[in-house]
Design a protein around this ligand. Sequence first.
Ligand code: ATP
Ligand code: MG
Length: 613
Amino acid sequence: MKQSKLLIQTLRETPRDADVVSQQLMMRAGMIQKVAAGIYSYLPLAFRSIRKFEEIVREELAKDGCQELLMPAVLPAELWQESGRWKFYGDELLRFCDRKAKAEMAERRARGEKPDEREFYNFCLGPTHEEVITDIVRKNVRSYKQLPMNLFQIQTKFRDERRPRFGLMRGREFTMKDAYSFHADDACADREYWAMFNAYKRIYSRLGVKFRPVEADSGAIGGSFTHEFHVLAGSGEDAILSCDACDYTSNIEKTEAPVLRAGEHGIAFELKKDHFRTPGVVGQVEQAEGMIDADHPKGMPITQTSKFFLYRVTFADGTTKLVGAVLRGDHEVNPVKVKNFVGAAEMEMMPLEEAEAFTGAKSGFMGPVGLKDVQMLVDGSLEGAVNLTCGANRTDYHHFGLDPVRDLPGCAYADLRMATEGDACTRCGKGHYQAFRGIEVGQVFKLGLKYSKSMGCTFLDEQGKENPMVMGCYGIGITRTVAAAVEQNYDADGIIWPWPIAPYQVHIVCLDPANPEVSGVASQVEQDLEKAGFEVLHDDREGMSPGAKFKDADLLGFPLRLTVGAKGLKDGIVELRDRRTKEVLKLKPEAAAAEVAAARDRIMQELEAAGGR
Ligand code: ATP
Ligand code: MG
């Protein structure tokens, strides 16, 4: 492919509205173009990478017998009403009405009625396709003999994200591979879950990026479990903790925290109300330092203080409840753990003003003692601890002597704490957690009976009895993965594409395209490489300095650059440069195909060695 004919415009400057590296570099490299917030065109170079990744996904899923199909992007409300999600899915679901519904609305308005427009929404843009696939399977599969079945599509999704940002990483429109499996029983669904887990490991290993499968939160609904796949990158939105001795890796939302004993605080004495006064001091550390009495001239050890959080939770049936969480002063609360422990569907921190009115104290002085109708939870690291301080529910004051068992009747101990780097691993007990940042690029999820029950997706078993199918779902963010690969692989000069999804593998840079001898050699090398099966972009643009061409080549970041210039050809050589290592090899033009093949083998070996780590 000749670069003079390619649809591409590179930019020297970083676009102002691009806030992460992948977005900046892909925009500067002329790969993507913003059409509206969170909506992009994939220009030819980006589209090549996207299609290559799709092919890797297709090939690996085919090995597990998954069948590809394609469902519509525009979905009828009825199906979503059947599953119940029409009501529960928030504003991320873009809903609208077709001409028939519009005519009905106009008619009613003409009659003087003022109906709410939302009543007429009868379609949405699919953010995910559980309903449609379940409808397909219930209409086409009857017998256990047809099961299990795993169906997938690679398709455009739309989610009206609150904050579309980071280019392809969090778009409103994006490409997803979504697969759904159907089973006669739980054990079969579990087998498929692990088959997909392994397929994802193969897919991300082939991609040549550092990644981790990560245990993730699946909400309060018991029985279901899930793993996310994360590409490791400093800019990742998720925090991951990974044991340095065993395989335990989890999203910090989910990471089990080891119990850390608070220490010996002596024999329990009575609760000394309003014992410490620290006027105007709100920070936990500063408060502890200011808790001074005859026995504590230098203040209280922070591990003997407690902190308190007040939440309002909502259950699936719509009922609500107040929940309090008590933790050691130097620990962070993990709200996901609190929410899951009580089995809530939704949870929010009680708004400050409301909490002040409810407890009677300003922030920093609220505490668990004496609050009515609050389910009280205490973090496991405080189990057995006594003589703690806690907010007095009186501004500026703390109680001293809290014994949760005695003073918070009915309280429950649970793991509520955010695990941190350096904590001992709860699984193997030997290693310690290391922290990483990750970009969630895929997820495997055991759905169970949620959709098959609500939508009546059943089969006849061997005895002729009707049962709901057990389901699983498995997503991969195709476009997000391509962006995440860039997020992990770049330097100050531009992108460094992993070979398997590089738009082109070799960039021939012809320094003297107006010189027929030089351009002749460049074209010959292009032909040789293509004949040998390589994908080549030939920079044949005239009237550009070598420096400008090299800058563009570095920015586009194909794995290998082959420079052909009059100067080198005088000595009969061209130069092959590795984008990642910057190593340069001088070679004869006739040797190009062989040397490129050798370089590819070396690069692929390095990728494999790094694979998955
Ligand atoms: P997130 O938590 O990042 O919003 P999600 O967990 O809601 O994502 P899933 O429903 O699990 O996403 O979708 C499967 C995959 O689709 C994700 O793992 C991710 O790679 C991709 N994806 C989800 N939302 C977006 C988006 N707004 N833009 C690009 N890719 C996305
Ligand atoms: Mg997810």
